[in-house]
Design a protein around this ligand. Structure first.
Ligand code: SF4
Length: 426
């Protein structure tokens, strides 16, 4: 067997988009170019309820959403936006707001100038800006306001609301060909054409290329991958990625992760949103948690210390390691808002919690700090490895709490201001 002399390490391909800049006050969020892939989310509150929406925006921002989109669908919602922005500013939440417009965005932006000002970015769906001659006029009105106020625009095509006139024209043209293409191809090309034609028109109306972001959302994984590959080849605008109507629970999480991971690995995508339908009682912030996990798993961003835990098997019949892994994971996440400022670099920490001697010592040695718990029939001792070396062995009923103390001490010594040399005490 020839395995060659070098195994190419996998890493996300470099991105090549131009850069857009979204601002609110002193908060600047760069998108595309050399900026990290950004996490976006969307509220599901009625925007008319400015207080309720402000609370949810704050939760999403605290969970790590770098841009939050809100629905602006009625005069009441448009009137509430400046008040919502004011509430956020009072709470010290400077996350930029993105206004989501359909059908009447041209009127709302013109009639509610304070709303147009309070939003940092507008999402315009070219399939929902009016039909016939109204389409270009109403699209133009929104773009002109964005250009005048120096706002970024996302031209967001969605296959569920694709410009039907454009699709019909492309279908007719295709039917005239000696060898027509399959309808799926025309659908793909119509979605991309809608985005690109709208972007060109926006530029012609005065929007700078750096103020334009594109998206072409689909609900099928392979459809999304097909369209974004072609879109990325066709332009250098930053691209917002998301699988629309991904669904709920495991299905939604897996479908979004599959689609986004493949595209991000190919260097496609500058902002992402995971469109999860919350399960009853589930926090809206779950979509932010999943989006961050996708980026961290691919090595594109580092947000939280990682806890490697084995899945468990017949070699360990106790739940000790599951409980310890969860306890450590919960503890690290809960501390991050404080630790981010106190311990620079702590987000890169790797902790391992393993169930038995088979993979425990090996995996623990790869982590910064790891523990190998005793499996069934093994001596009741848990070796702890620090920076690849066995440092000590924990025993007794307090293994879990003792290990947490060791993790805290490790973080303090390695990432604290004093940066003491690492010492270990049982
Ligand atoms: S480390 Fe041990 S308990 Fe965990 S999955 Fe591997 S063999 Fe099973």
């Amino acid at each position: 067997m020839d395995i060659g002399s070098f195994v190419e390490p996998a890493r996300p391909a470099p991105r090549r988009s131009r850069q857009a800049t979204v601002r609110w006050g002193s908060r600047v969020v760069t998108i595309g170019g050399d900026a990290p892939v950004r996490v976006q989310s969307m509220t599901n509150t009625d925007t008319v309820d400015a207080i309720g929406t402000a609370i949810q925006v704050k939760e999403l921002a605290q969970a790590g959403s770098e841009l939050v989109r809100i629905t602006v669908n009625t005069p009441g919602a448009a009137a509430a936006v400046p008040y919502l922005r004011e509430q956020l500013d009072r709470m010290g939440v400077d996350v930029p707001l993105v206004g989501d417009f359909h059908y009447n965005g041209h009127r709302l932006l013109a009639d509610y100038p304070a709303c147009a000002e309070a939003l940092s970015k507008y999402r315009i769906n070219p399939g929902n800006v009016g039909k016939g001659d109204k389409h270009d006029r109403q699209f133009g009105q929104m773009v002109e306001i964005a250009a005048r106020l120096n706002k970024v625009v996302r031209i967001g095509v969605n296959w569920g609301s694709l410009d039907q006139e454009l699709l019909a024209a492309m279908m007719d043209e295709n039917a005239q060909l000696a060898e027509p293409q399959p309808p799926q191809q025309i659908m793909y090309r119509a979605i991309i054409a809608s985005a690109l034609q709208s972007a060109r028109r926006a530029e012609a109306l005065g929007l700078a290329p750096e103020q334009i972001i594109l998206s072409c959302k689909m609900s099928g994984v392979q459809d999304l991958i097909s369209v974004y590959r072609a879109l990325a080849r066709s332009c250098d605008y930053p691209l917002h990625l998301g699988l629309t109507e991904a669904g709920m629970g495991t299905k939604g999480t897996v479908a979004s992760t599959t689609a986004l991971a493949i595209l991000l690995q190919e260097g496609i995508g500058d902002t992402i949103r995971v469109s999860l339908t919350p399960q009853p009682g589930e926090a809206r912030t779950q979509e932010v948690v999943v989006a961050r996990e996708i980026l961290q798993s691919l090595g594109l961003r580092t947000f939280n210390p990682s806890v490697t835990a084995c899945p468990g098997c017949g070699r360990t019949t106790s739940t000790t390691f599951q409980e310890l892994a969860k306890q450590i994971d919960d503890y690290l996440r809960a501390q991050m808002p404080i630790w981010t400022a106190r311990y620079p670099g702590v987000e890169g920490l790797k902790v391992a919690v393993m169930g038995c001697i088979v993979n425990g010592p090996g995996e623990s040695k790869h982590a910064d700090i790891g523990i190998s718990l005793p499996g069934t029939g093994e001596a009741p001792a848990a070796p702890v490895f620090i920076d690849g070396e066995k440092a000590l062995t924990l025993r007794g009923e307090t293994i879990a709490s003792d290990f947490q103390v060791l993790v805290e001490r490790y973080i303090e010594q390695r990432f604290g201001a004093a940066r003491e040399p690492l010492t270990v005490g049982a």
